[in-house]
Design a protein around this ligand. Structure first.
Ligand code: G3I
Length: 373
């Protein structure tokens, strides 16, 4: 009789589990994940941090210092944050964050990008918006001078404080071509496509100027979509090999990895293998994982979906470790802290990060940690 009862109970549990996967015991129980990511990892583990939270929200900054050993300033080292009217530099906000970082490493993001910059200033300075506009040669020469001045000032200011830089961010359009004014939207007062005027030479110039300003910083080329766009990935790798052949100092490639539960795992594996084959450092620079990629209204993060997200975080970290040799692992940075701080949160439509809005660890955290262990 006792045996029958036991069997009946077990059968009922199994049926319940089949109907509602949320009652399955979690493989990624966050309450059991007490170890800090930074202590479990043999490479830097970082978070992108924003100004207000990092400087004025102690639960946020304490959590960052507890679990991570590297930060990237989410916006404050971008050109628009540092270059003001007339091309004058204002380092005050970024400096405040650097001073508050303590022993955290700082990854610099970013010296050159086609957006979030003082575009009106550069366009006027280079004669793009003057009437009549300057010749292409004059524009290229003036932009080159501004590129050198800007990179020199910024990388020089943070020499010894920033360990590595995204020298160029998002140089490639989705068809694998270098960006120009045809394959990139030029609308927006903060947009200037440097490569439209400087062409492929932008690469060698920007990396050379960064190396001159801070010879010991590691210099990266950073881009997005590399796990799902092999054309763009191959084009970026060919470009990197070209720079290496020219003797340009380029140390690493950053793969942003703004991905989702649906991202092809084969694509991720193949990307890491190809990046590792360059022999350069490889950094996952902006990791986040969407759970509601179609932005469905009324979406609820069930325990089962949180578990799938944990599995995907675990997969990414495991794939990085198994495909990138340890000497080439520059680290993994998650693009934000609690879900509400993510650029993909959309007022509660998605939950891409490792912590909920009360700073509790999600199963995603346990997934990341499991891969490290
Ligand atoms: O600072 C202004 C503030 O003064 C104003 O009141 C407010 C009103 O909207 O906007 C504030 O600026 C916002 C800025 O973040 C700082 O919060 C911008 O509107 C907003 O567009 C900007 O978004 C950032 C985005 O880059 C811009 O492209 C995100 O925070 C940041 O996470 C995101 O990061 C990028 C990486 O740099 C490159 N890879 C892709 C990644 C996601 O887009």
């Amino acid at each position: 009789m006792k045996q029958h009862l036991l069997f009946l109970t077990w059968a009922l549990v199994l049926i319940a589990c089949e109907k509602d996967p949320s009652v399955l015991p979690s493989e990624h129980d966050p309450s059991a994940a007490s170890e800090a990511l930074k202590d479990a990892a043999s490479f830097p583990v970082g978070a992108a941090v924003n100004y207000n939270n990092f400087l004025a929200n102690p639960p946020y900054s304490n959590l960052v210092k507890r679990d991570f050993n590297s930060i990237t300033l989410e916006n404050e080292m971008k050109n628009a944050s540092l270059v003001k009217g007339g091309g004058v530099f204002d380092f005050s906000r970024a400096d405040a964050m650097v001073n508050a970082a303590g022993s955290l490493q700082i990854f610099g993001h970013t010296l050159v990008w086609h957006t979030q910059q003082a575009a009106s200033y550069y366009k006027a300075a280079a004669g793009i918006t003057s009437s009549p506009a300057a010749s292409q040669e004059e524009i290229a020469a003036k932009l080159d001078a501004e590129l050198r001045r800007t990179i020199g000032a910024i990388a020089g200011h943070y020499k010894g404080k920033v360990q590595a830089w995204d020298v160029i961010n998002e140089l490639f359009a989705d068809n694998g071509a270098i960006r120009n004014n045809s394959n990139t939207s030029t609308s927006g007062s903060d947009v200037l496509v440097w490569s439209h005027y400087l062409g492929r030479d932008l690469g060698a110039k920007a990396f050379q100027y960064a190396a001159e300003a801070d010879p010991s910083a590691k210099l990266f080329l950073n881009d997005y979509g590399l796990e799902s766009n092999p054309v763009k990935l191959d084009s970026l790798i060919a470009f990197v090999n070209e720079l290496k052949a020219k003797g340009v100092k380029i140390d690493g490639i950053g793969t942003q990895m703004h991905i989702s539960l649906n991202t092809s795992r084969t694509g991720i594996e193949s990307m890491f293998k190809k990046l590792a084959a360059t022999g350069l450092l490889v950094r996952v620079s902006e990791l986040d994982i969407l759970v509601n990629p179609s932005s469905a209204t009324g979406f609820v993060l069930t325990p089962a979906i949180a578990e799938s997200q944990a599995e995907m975080y675990q997969f990414v970290v495991q794939s990085y470790i198994s495909n990138v040799p340890s000497s080439q692992r520059h680290g993994i940075t998650v693009w934000g802290v609690m879900d509400a701080s993510s650029w993909r949160y959309q007022n509660g439509k998605d939950f891409p990060l490792l912590y909920d809005n009360e700073f509790n660890k999600k199963p995603a955290y346990a997934g990341f940690l499991k891969a490290l262990n």
